[in-house]
Ligand binder design. Structure first.
Ligand SMILES: NC(=O)c1ccc[n+]([C@@H]2O[C@H](COP(=O)([O-])OP(=O)(O)OC[C@H]3O[C@@H](n4cnc5c(N)ncnc54)[C@H](OP(=O)(O)O)[C@@H]3O)[C@@H](O)[C@H]2O)c1
Length: 272
């Protein structure tokens, strides 16, 4: 049985996923990567021992799983160039490109293919990401398992049943790291306003974000309860939380995530 995986695009995300597969014990010779940029291609071969190719058509030869890891803007011509190979090989297609729908991918590749569309986020590059996954009806249990194994190198995975929810995934976790970065920026700024040096405010704010994120993910206690536990009656935290609530913090977050989802729908439509 042939179980080669072809990566079309050998950039940052592909590199993370390939590193994860090798760490999980997959033989490097079963990974084939198309990457047009010579230094990137050579580095992948040197670092992981995978088979590398300049052109996508060479990399997909004989591979029964194809992972598309190119920028969304070039996805259509790249898929169309591989349509005849896809129709003869009928691979499992996995895409990590933001905003490109499973229907678009399937159509650009000539139709009637199992497709998994995934939406990772930037912490994936540290193995601390989260990826939303959507499989079309043609994907079998083994295809889903393979996709989960692949994306687990990037962090956690969440299956969604309805592809329309992918824009909400993008709005929560895809764009989400930037919301936390904004909060960190604002906390540093406020610390300086309250008299701290910039380096002191930065260390205090950044380590607080890290520590809070670890408590959220490692303690099995939900966010509201963790917040209640550190909010003593009439204390300093309560003063801050009441100020956030009075300023409409929750509805502002709702509006921001809604705006991101609406923009995701518009951008997907523009790809057609
Ligand atoms: N980085 C993230 O954190 C992240 C998070 C979520 C989703 N994603 C998605 O992941 C995808 C890849 O992102 P990335 O950050 O890995 O991008 P990247 O570093 O730019 O990697 C893409 C690579 O594919 C190459 N490429 C372009 N056309 C090709 C072709 N015809 N055949 C083979 N390779 C080709 C590009 O070469 P050139 O530079 O010459 O074009 C580039 O080296 C994107 O669709 C993005 O939406 C990334």
């Amino acid at each position: 049985m042939n179980t080669s995986i072809a990566f079309i695009g050998g950039g940052n995300m592909a590199r993370s996923l390939i590193g994860g597969l090798i760490a999980q014990g997959r033989p490097p010779a079963s990974i084939r990567v198309a990457e047009p940029v010579p230094p990137l291609r050579e580095a992948l071969q040197r670092d992981f021992g995978v088979a590398v190719f300049e052109h996508a058509e060479e990399a997909v030869t004989g591979a029964d799983t194809w992972v598309f890891a190119v920028k969304p803007q070039v996805m259509r011509p790249v898929c169309e160039g591989l349509a005849s190979a896809a129709q003869s090989g009928k691979p499992l297609v996995i895409s990590i490109a933001a905003g490109i729908t499973a229907t678009q991918l399937e159509r650009w590749l000539g139709g009637r293919l199992p497709v998994v569309r995934t939406m990772p986020n930037t912490p994936a590059l540290l193995g601390a990401g989260v990826t939303g996954l959507f499989a079309t009806a043609a994907v079998d249990a083994a295809g889903k398992q393979l996709t989960e194994t692949l994306l687990s190198a990037a962090g956690k995975t969440v299956w969604i049943a309805d592809e329309a929810q992918m824009d909400a995934v993008t709005a929560v976790s895809g764009s989400g790291p930037a919301y936390v970065f904004l909060l960190a920026e604002a906390m540093i700024h406020a610390g300086v306003q309250e008299g701290l040096s910039e380096p002191a405010a930065r260390t205090l704010a950044l380590q607080t974000v890290l520590g809070a994120a670890r408590m959220l993910t490692e303690s099995n206690v939900d966010a509201a309860e963790l917040r209640r536990r550190v909010t003593s009656p009439n204390g300093t935290t309560q003063a801050a939380i009441e100020t956030f609530e009075a300023g409409g913090f929750r509805s502002l977050v709702d509006e921001a995530i809604h705006a991101a989802r609406v923009r995701g729908v518009e951008l997907s439509a523009a790809n057609d």
